[in-house]
Design a protein around this ligand. Sequence first.
Ligand code: URA
Length: 190
Amino acid sequence: MQSLNSLRTYALTCRNCSLCETRTNVVFGSGNPSADLMFVGEAPGAQEDLTGQPFVGRSGRLLTSLIEGIGLTRDQVYISNVVKCRPPANRDPDPSEVEACAPIIASQIEHISPRVLVTLGNFATKLLLETKVGITKLRGSPVAYRGGVLIPVLHPAAVARRGAAGLVEARSDFEAIRVALLGNISVVQP
Ligand code: URA
């Protein structure tokens, strides 16, 4: 298996889908490469495209506060996305773009090998759990995944859209993450 750094080098010059024509920066991922906790979002937005860093815009500020709410910092976790380049005007990534990028996130997960993998929203959850079941049904429940656990949670953009109720749901999802990190949880088989 190539190193995480060579995977990054490969991703930074990737031209496997048409998003390479419109991106400013490839947003590979950031944080602790030996993290126990890894987050996978959907795709970069405008701020992420400009800076090359994941979750640094409005959704990112909410994600950061939820991470800090369970006693961790962004530096202690690893954060990435299913799709590494911004879809124009923040449209949903299309299936061919997800397919072109999927080997990169699969390899990142293999490298980081987190004890707790968190999917943020429908795109990451559906891809990694190979399911068509939506996030509102799956959120907050740990599933056995590659020797660890995967916990689907609401995407921060969805949390923001749902207002106060969204925040209550997100805090309860993050409590499930905190408990999973302590190691004493029961998981369902996927
Ligand atoms: N939304 C995502 O899914 N990822 C980002 O990096 C930013 C916003």
